[in-house]
Write a protein that binds this ligand. Structure first.
Ligand SMILES: [Zn+2]
Length: 381
């Protein structure tokens, strides 16, 4: 359809002109985001060249396929650049900027040194754009407007940093996938009193369970282990909160991008040190989760597809990968503090300590939470 391509080239030209003037305006308006804008400009120049190529070949029937690939790449570029970067840079509030500094502090403490700058946008559900066109150095973090008022949700930023780690270290996902394949092969090979027909039916079911482990599902489990590695028990408490407050069946996988909540809670529990698990408050949270899950029947699909054995092995493997490839990233080794310790947090407290203190107050002295939160909120810096 050369006519369509000719029209599309005109429209993309118009968008490119608009984008160029937006980028120039933002350069003046947002000097603090010079690093991000530098990358946006470099990528803009690359895409402008691709646009020129697209315009040059759009009538050539022999290059139709090439033209469509170019068009799809340019469209992806426009969507990401405008919806995430331009939209965020245009409406940066004072609170976004404050939170950006909090996140930069976390990135520094966790030694995620590929992150050169980042943007925080507190107007959407928690999430991250971990990579901009193959670049993991300028992520965009999203959070809801009430993020700084919370403890559980705030702890979720460590999960989002996990996505940045897996965007930088792409090989981790592949290594975890290998473990999953090996696990299900071993399950198939286990001896049992099955006829060849029964074995064939069972093996087919096991293959289906294995297919539930998509790249996205593996990445979520990775981030849950990373969250507990970087932030300790507070992250496990967040997973329990997520599991209970959303009210979903913890054993059910409701999308192809997320594991069942029970697997996520389990992965974050396995990521804690024994002394963190043994602390009385952590035990209380864990028991509360177990009581909650007893209201639901664990399906065969869950018991085989997301077995404790497999999730535990994956958690251990993530910990090994982190220690081998990110040796400078500190593990959060502290146990949940006592209520007295939690109440003593003061200026200069790291967010990891603050959210762990918040969890202790929430579970051990909930009546104190409102007063504690009022002063603790001012310490988020
Ligand atoms: Zn995630």
């Amino acid at each position: 359809m050369p006519a369509y391509r000719a029209g599309k080239a005109q429209e993309l030209d118009r968008i490119a002109d608009w984008l160029q003037s937006e980028l120039a305006a933002l350069k003046a308006a947002r000097p603090e985001h010079g690093v991000i804008l530098g990358y946006l400009n470099t990528e803009f120049e690359k895409v402008e060249r691709e646009l020129g190529l697209f315009a040059a070949i759009l009538d050539d029937p022999a290059l139709e396929r090439r033209a469509h690939v170019l068009l799809q790449g340019i469209t992806r570029y426009v969507v990401t650049t405008t919806s995430h970067y331009l939209a965020g840079l245009r409406r940066q509030s004072a609170e976004d900027q404050q939170f950006r500094h909090v996140l930069l502090g976390i990135a520094r403490r966790l030694r995620l040194d590929w992150i050169e700058d980042l943007m925080a946008c507190l107007y959407r559900e928690l999430g991250v754009v971990a990579k901009y066109r193959d670049l993991p150095c300028i992520p965009v973090f999203y959070g809801p407007p009430h993020l700084l008022e919370t403890i559980f949700e705030l702890t979720g930023v460590y999960h989002e940093f996990g996505h940045s780690v897996s965007a930088k270290h792409r090989q981790f996902g592949g290594e975890l996938m290998t473990t999953i394949h090996r696990h299900f092969k071993e399950v198939k090979d286990r001896p049992g009193p099955l006829t060849p027909e029964q074995k064939e039916t069972r093996d087919k079911a096991i293959d289906q369970f294995r297919e539930r482990w998509t790249e996205a599902v593996i990445s979520e489990i990775f981030c849950d282990v990373f969250g507990a590695y970087a932030c300790g028990t507070a992250y496990f408490a967040l997973m329990v909160d997520l599991g209970i407050s959303r009210g979903r069946d913890p054993y059910l996988q409701t999308s192809s991008t997320y594991p069942p909540t029970c697997a996520r809670v389990s992965a974050s529990w396995h990521a804690l040190l024994p002394e963190q698990q043994n602390c009385a408050t952590a035990q209380k949270i864990h028991e509360g989760w177990q009581r909650y899950t007893q209201c639901f029947p664990a399906t065969q699909r869950y018991r085989i597809g997301f077995s404790e054995e497999l999730v535990g092995n994956l958690a251990t493997q993530v910990l090994t990968l982190l220690q081998a490839h990110l040796p400078d990233t500190p593990r959060y080794c502290k146990c949940l503090p006592s209520v007295v310790e939690a109440q003593a947090i003061a200026k200069g407290v790291a967010l990891e300590d603050l959210v762990n203190s918040g969890v202790s107050i929430l579970f051990d002295a909930p009546q104190e939470f409102a007063a504690w939160q009022q002063s603790a909120r001012l310490l988020i810096a």
